[in-house]
Design a binder for this molecule. Structure first.
Ligand code: SF4
Length: 430
């Protein structure tokens, strides 16, 4: 059988800038084969591995990951920020997860599609070579990822148990992609329109609406949602108290930075995490110190010790910045084109719930950007605040087990039911 063709996001550049951030931030799980391969490589203190430090750690029955050093970096990362396995045996001998990052390959009907993880500062900053120019290398990489795996995956449900073929799901994805790049209105308005569109989709039954009928139907719903929010004049409705509590709980989970030390932490660490969670729910006083990932600190600089209160983060900012809208447009397009918000790459969510969870990334990122701006003593958010905030939260989006739990999924549904996702997107848009 011919291998499926690879679809690349049309608007994204990337090259590795050797910041070594991924080797500090990510806990790399390895397969049994990779474990055996690394053990055979015979690593010793002479290679620079700290004395008495195992290179692999068992994390459960049949599950292993690379060990980390006391500074939280991978045991194979050397003082120059380079990988020892890569230097000694070549790139192909590293665990596949290390070779693939920051890419993510997902099935999309008769093709494989490519998304990127914005936790990499070079992805957020769109720094490097256009992906189309890297096609041969990416096809090679993708072939290793999908080797021997099933590429024919069921498409995500639209909502509930409403199932369509991949051809029709692709119509949804293309309509979403078109709508999110409509720069005749600002980004928040585009989101509000799509959220309204999702509400209408959720009320629809698709058994007899397929193929060209679906094309017309989706356009009809889109027109109706555009009429509901015709221009940039956003309604400024403060989200309800309950919505803000649920929102801050989500923000706390997305902004969390799990390190090797935290993963191994005992009762004291768990108590500290619980206290932080309670402070996020109550929103009294100062925002607890949010430890930023090393890659974010390296790329965007250290924040001054200027505490910010929860109250400060509720003050709306001035002056919409097209560059920030451009950042979110690129982020959403990459996630939509790469089907990186629902189905197999999005906690099994339906298209409607998955898009709602993706939409919430906008207010959470803007909230965190407000926190960064306040820490720097600025009244308004700069592009760098939004970029650093997005790199922090996308580390967890669709990867943190806590966000895939039933309670996390219920939180999205509850916010949607109260019509508060729209309010949150509008409120934190400036
Ligand atoms: S094995 Fe190499 S590439 Fe992978 S996390 Fe460790 S240092 Fe980085």
């Amino acid at each position: 059988m011919a291998s499926p063709s690879l679809k690349l996001p049309v608007i994204q550049n990337w090259s590795c800038h050797n910041c070594g951030g991924c080797c500090r931030e990510h806990l790399i799980e390895i397969t049994e084969d990779e474990k055996r391969r690394i053990e055979k490589q015979g690593w010793t203190q002479k290679d620079g591995i700290p004395m008495g430090r195992p290179v692999i750690r068992k994390i459960g029955p049949g599950r292993y990951r690379l060990a980390h050093k006391d500074d939280n970096s991978c045991v194979f990362l050397d003082d120059r920020g380079l990988c020892r396995i890569h230097a000694k045996f070549g790139e192909g001998q590293k665990p596949l997860a290390c070779q693939v990052y920051p890419y993510a390959f997902h099935p999309r009907g008769d093709r494989i599609t490519t998304s990127l993880r914005f936790s990499c500062p070079s992805v957020v900053q769109n720094a490097g070579t256009n992906l189309e120019e890297q096609r041969p290398e990416l096809e090679e990489l993708c072939s290793h990822v999908i080797a021997g795996r099933r590429t024919e995956t069921e498409p995500p449900a639209v909502h509930g148990s409403e199932l369509l073929s991949w051809a029709d799901v692709n119509q949804f994805l293309e309509a979403l992609d078109t709508c999110i790049q409509d720069n005749s209105v600002n980004f928040a308005v585009r989101l509000l329109r799509i959220l309204e569109w999702m509400n209408l989709v959720e009320q629809s039954k698709f058994a007899t609406i397929q193929g060209t009928r679906l094309t017309d139907y989706l356009q009809l719903l889109l027109d109706a949602s555009c009429q509901a929010q015709p221009d940039d004049d956003l309604p400024v409705l403060r989200p309800s108290r309950i919505a803000r509590i649920l929102f801050r709980q989500l923000a706390a989970q997305l902004a969390r930075h799990d390190t090797d030390q935290l993963a191994r932490g005992g009762l004291r660490t768990r108590l500290r995490l619980l206290c932080t969670a309670l402070r996020f729910s109550s929103a009294l006083g100062y925002v607890p110190d949010l430890a930023e990932p090393t890659s974010v600190v390296t790329a965007f600089g250290e924040l001054p010790q200027h505490p910010a209160t929860f109250e400060q983060l509720e003050v709306r900012h001035e002056g919409r910045q097209p560059a920030i809208d451009g950042l979110f447009e690129r982020y959403f397009r990459v996630k939509i084109q790469g089907v990186h918000f629902c189905g197999v790459a999005g906690y099994g969510l339906t298209i409607v719930d998955g898009f709602r969870s993706l939409a919430l990334m906008y207010p959470v990122t803007m909230w965190l950007a407000r926190w960064r701006a306040a820490r720097r003593g600025n009244k308004n958010i700069q592009l760098v605040d939004a970029e650093a905030a997005l790199a922090t939260v996308d580390h967890n989006f669709n990867y943190s087990p806590a966000l895939g739990t039933r309670s996390a999924k219920n939180r999205i549904r509850q916010l949607a039911k109260m019509n508060q996702i729209t309010a949150l997107c509008g409120w934190y848009s400036l």
